[in-house]
Structures are given as structure tokens and as C-alpha cells.
Design a protein around this ligand. Structure first.
Ligand SMILES: [Mg+2]
Length: 297
């Protein structure tokens, strides 16, 4: 007969009990990111123009003209041009969009950011999604093997048999991002305060205001005034991983030393961490009758 050690009888149930008492439920979040200039260095529109043989200056002129008109949601200028501008309409084909995705320059460490957000932070799971006005084919091609295709929401076109763009099925620009995020939130059953949104441009303003007002967390990755004034934090870095710093600090609640050690555990040093609150002031010379100097005279 094999002697039964008294410990063996009690160890397993006790182990289970300890784990039950210490294992806190996982906090689930949606991490939603813009694509152009948030996860990349350049805009898909520029790369697409180059590929289709349209001078980038011409794309810039047309896109800026479109933005000024306010005819389409901010960020949807490219979608409008490929559908309605004769030059873009005649030259751009579906296969160009996949090619743009392969040519676009991505920021460093998007893959590592995806992994850390998903399973790297104890007690937390941030599910990574992309919400962008860029054509969905561009984003899926660029992030192939990094972000699953069904986690990517971009502008969707309908095509002719020859790959020419026939119409728009959905534009994820401006308020379109709010609609896409709401749909995602309902699907994932995550509370509105468990949403983190990252973006850089005017196409992100609506969704950032929407996330902020419902106690979510927003991060701007550019100093563009209209975005950085709305976002709760602004972070400037050429590395996609940098957005982890404000998330770990403000959402997870870690002190800076622990965040630095966390980055180091992945072999990445935070070389500089300057925190600058930007106050935007526009000064002009007062009218003579308003100035103190004028009053004193
Ligand atoms: Mg952008």
C-alpha cells in the first residue's frame, strides 16, 4: 500500500482555493486605433497616387480641396476621389490597394503591441482593432500576420469584374468611426468606459469626443491642435509601442518606474520620457484703444 502523505490530501483543494481567491476576473477592453499616420508614417493616399502614376502634389491639392468643401466626412477624401475623380477612377484598381498595403511604412513594434495588449498585462486584456478611413484592402494587406482581418474596419468599396471601383459600401471616416465603434462595442459587450482610442487626425475627432464623454480613454499621436486638444493624453513617438505608456499609467494605474521596468523586460528602453503639457496661445497686438499703454496716455 502506498502511504498517503497528509499534505497530498489537502494540497490540491487548498491550491484551488488560493487561486480562486487571488485570481481577479480579467478586465476586458477594446483598443481601437486609427491607421494612417497612427500605425504608419505616411498616408495611404500618397502611396496609392504614386502607384497609379498620379503626382502626389496633385493628390494633395485635390484632397485638401475636398477637405475644405466639407462635402464628405473628414478622412474620406481619398474614398471620394477614387470614386468620383476621373483620373483616380480610371487608374485605381483593387489590386493597387493590396500593393499600397505592402509598400506603406509601418511604425515599429505593432506586432509586439498587439501581443502585449492581448496577453502581456496581468489582469487585463485589450483587444486590438483598427478603425480607419483608408480602404480596408490597404490596411488588411499592410497588417497581414499582425492584426486579424476581422479586427480591421476600413472603407469598403464595391468593384466591377475588372477590379474598378463601382461604389462605396461603407466609409469609416469621421462620424463613421463612431458608428463602427458602437457596433463593435455592442458585439463585444464591453462597457463604454473600457474603450481606448488612438488617432492622429481630424477624422478621429468625432470618435474621440464620443469615447471621452462616455468615460473611455483617448490618446493623440500627433500634435495637430484639433486632436491633441480633445485627447486625454498625447504621445509622440516613431514606435507604436509608445501608446502603452499612457495606457499602463492611466488605465492600469502603474507608477512610471514599473512601466520602465515593463518595457525593459521586452528589451526596450524608454530613453526619454518628457511630459509636456501644451498650451496653445495665439497672441495678437491689441487695438490701440484697448491696450494699457493707450489707457495710460
Ligand atoms: Mg490618421
Amino acid at each position: 500500500m502506498v502511504p498517503i502523505h497528509p499534505f497530498n490530501l489537502s494540497f490540491r483543494p487548498l491550491d484551488h482555493l488560493i487561486r480562486y481567491m487571488t485570481d481577479k476576473p480579467l478586465k476586458r477592453y477594446i483598443f481601437a486605433s486609427d491607421f494612417d499616420q497612427t500605425l504608419t508614417f505616411n498616408d495611404s493616399g500618397y502611396v496609392l497616387s504614386e502607384l497609379a502614376g498620379i503626382p502626389t502634389a496633385e493628390f494633395e491639392r485635390k484632397a485638401q480641396g475636398m477637405a475644405k468643401l466639407n462635402l464628405v466626412q473628414q478622412g474620406a477624401e481619398l474614398a471620394y476621389l477614387v470614386l468620383h475623380d476621373p483620373e483616380f477612377q480610371s487608374r485605381v484598381r483593387k489590386e493597387h490597394l493590396y500593393e499600397v498595403g505592402k509598400r506603406i511604412r509601418l511604425k515599429e513594434n505593432i506586432s509586439l503591441l498587439y501581443e502585449i495588449l492581448k496577453t502581456g498585462i496581468e489582469g487585463y486584456c485589450f483587444d486590438f482593432y483598427v478603425l480607419s478611413a483608408a480602404p480596408v484592402e490597404v490596411i488588411q494587406s499592410a497588417l497581414e500576420g499582425i492584426v486579424p482581418a476581422d479586427h480591421i474596419f476600413g472603407t469598403e468599396f464595391r468593384y466591377t469584374d475588372t477590379g474598378q471601383i463601382r461604389s462605396i459600401a461603407r466609409a469609416t471616416a469621421g462620424y463613421g468611426k463612431v458608428a463602427a465603434l458602437d457596433q463593435l462595442q455592442a458585439q463585444q459587450q464591453v462597457g463604454p468606459d473600457h474603450i481606448v482610442y488612438v488617432g492622429d487626425g481630424s477624422s478621429d475627432v468625432h470618435v474621440m469626443l464620443h469615447v471621452n464623454v462616455r468615460d473611455g480613454f483617448t490618446i493623440a499621436v500627433s500634435e495637430a491642435k484639433h486632436v491633441s486638444q480633445v485627447a486625454k493624453r498625447t504621445i509622440l513617438s516613431s514606435d507604436a509601442l509608445a501608446v502603452l505608456a499612457p495606457i499602463l499609467e492611466d488605465v492600469v494605474g502603474w507608477p512610471r518606474l514599473r512601466i520602465r521596468e515593463f518595457f525593459e523586460s521586452y528589451g526596450i528602453l524608454i530613453q526619454e520620457w518628457e511630459r509636456v503639457r501644451t498650451d496653445w496661445l495665439t497672441l495678437r497686438v491689441a487695438e490701440p484703444h484697448q491696450s494699457k499703454a493707450a489707457i495710460a496716455k
